[in-house]
Write a protein that binds this ligand. Structure first.
Ligand SMILES: C[C@H](O)[C@H](O)[C@H]1CNC2=NC(N)=NC(=O)C2=N1
Length: 96
């Protein structure tokens, strides 16, 4: 899947839910949960979805904060796959 241009990325970021930004050529969002279990459970919900898409986020967990970064490593930049995964991850953050 081809790398998107800066202009395409700018337009598509506006259509994502609140909180997503582009930093260092990755889509990025911080999610806050109640505690470490909330963070880990979020990651557990992401894993089957990422595997089924064969597209995986870069993830950092800091206790109750999860930083998700999305880029297409094979292409060296952001592709539509990253936007598709961003939408799915965002909806998974809202499951209690
Ligand atoms: C071999 C495997 O299919 C590839 O390395 C996949 C796996 N998951 C991936 N995830 C992401 N985010 N980018 C990739 O380029 C990528 N490539």
């Amino acid at each position: 899947m081809a790398k998107l241009s800066e202009q395409e990325i700018k337009e598509m970021v506006r259509q994502l839910p609140e909180g997503w930004e582009v930093r260092d050529q990755k889509l990025r969002k911080e999610f806050i949960f109640n505690d470490f279990k909330g963070s880990v459970d979020f990651l557990k919900r992401i894993q089957p979805v990422a595997d089924s898409m064969n597209h995986h986020p870069d993830v950092c967990i800091y206790y109750s904060k999860v930083i998700i970064e999305l880029t297409t490593h094979d292409e060296g930049g952001i592709t539509k796959m990253d936007f598709d995964l961003a939408m799915k991850i965002d909806s998974l953050s809202k499951v209690s």
